[in-house]
Design a protein around this ligand. Sequence first.
Ligand SMILES: Cc1cc2nc3c(=O)[nH]c(=O)nc-3n(C[C@H](O)[C@H](O)[C@H](O)COP(=O)(O)O)c2cc1C
Length: 391
Amino acid sequence: MSRLHGTLDAQQPLLQPYRMGDVQLANRIVMAPLTRSRATNPDLAPTSLHARYYAQRAAAGLIISEGTWISRDAVGWHDVPGLFTDTQVQAWAEVTDAVHDAGGVIFAQLWHTGSTSHPDFFDGTPPPAPSAVNPGLSSPTAAGSKPTVTPRAMTRTDIRTTIGDYAAAAANAHRAGFDGVQLQAGFSYLIGQFLNPRTNRRTDAYGGSIQNRTRFLFDVLDAVAEHVDIGRVGVKTGPAWAERGEFVSTADTLATSEYVTERLNDYPLAHWLLMGAMADLTGLPLAQLQHDGMFHHFRPLYRGTLIANVGMTRDRGNALISQRLADLVAFGEPYIANPDLPARFALGAPLTKSERALHYTPDAHGYTDYPPFTPQSEPQADTVTETASAD
Ligand SMILES: Cc1cc2nc3c(=O)[nH]c(=O)nc-3n(C[C@H](O)[C@H](O)[C@H](O)COP(=O)(O)O)c2cc1C
């Protein structure tokens, strides 16, 4: 290696290949799903800009796409693409082709916002949710962030239809050339609303006990597995989120997550992406899950491929894999401004900070114009080396 590039550390755990379910990955670095609001067209279809953006990031072992709508009813964030029309499927095929041509692997994240959507997305009618409970959050509409409202409680027919929508979107993802799908089953979104007893007040088979509140997730998984090999299906969930609105943890939260984890073992999934804590959990029911406590707690409970996420760095990611607390490590924010993250980790090169104001803006600026690392962009050539392995 040249002096300017620092010392290459290709032996670090993050850069080792990995067999994830049915899919071979070149390294253990995952691009976490990132909504970027660039589908600024009435079809809610990705464009050539999306293809360029994802192809730039194809050196990741695995890319998880931004959340994509499973149906018209799922919409709840401005300018996010869907996977429920032929136009969208054809447009995504150009994205997956671009990623494959660049040597990458890409899963589609399947998303339904439920009560965190807003009537603005539905000509004034309230969005669907497990129960008529306002989650007390905000919804990013085209006209800015608006407070959520009381949603309409889904009927049993709505539930059946929505499960079918997940399955159809998974089939569409397959047709569009995605290597697999990931269910967004965490945060404050639809599946998370079913899991949470504060937002799920149903008295039928989908509410009440932990078994009932988790039924929707497993019905969705079963339906998706009819269209996509289960070894190509991942799930993103976890007990902790931002501790906001109706999504504050209670004594029930950990028990629900532990039950979900045990049941996920019944499915030979591609992966489980476990979110680390996003809020300070000190003094809260989940305090023991702070920082790596999350992975210490759940790793022994899950037998499949575990992806650790939230606040990861190169060193923390390498340590988690070395300690067998994670198999893969997902990076969200760092992937916005560092399209060549594996190369930067190999070199111990500095990371570029992303511009938050450009996360959800409509064009290429702040999206496809973050350059890869070059020695010229390196402020001090002698400080980039973090490892001391031989040249
Ligand atoms: C701009 C932005 C958009 C995001 N969009 C999504 C999304 O569409 N789906 C999802 O599951 N998580 C989404 N997330 C969360 C990330 O996938 C990730 O879980 C989170 O940022 C924590 O990882 P990090 O600390 O490496 O950023 C988003 C995060 C950011 C910063």
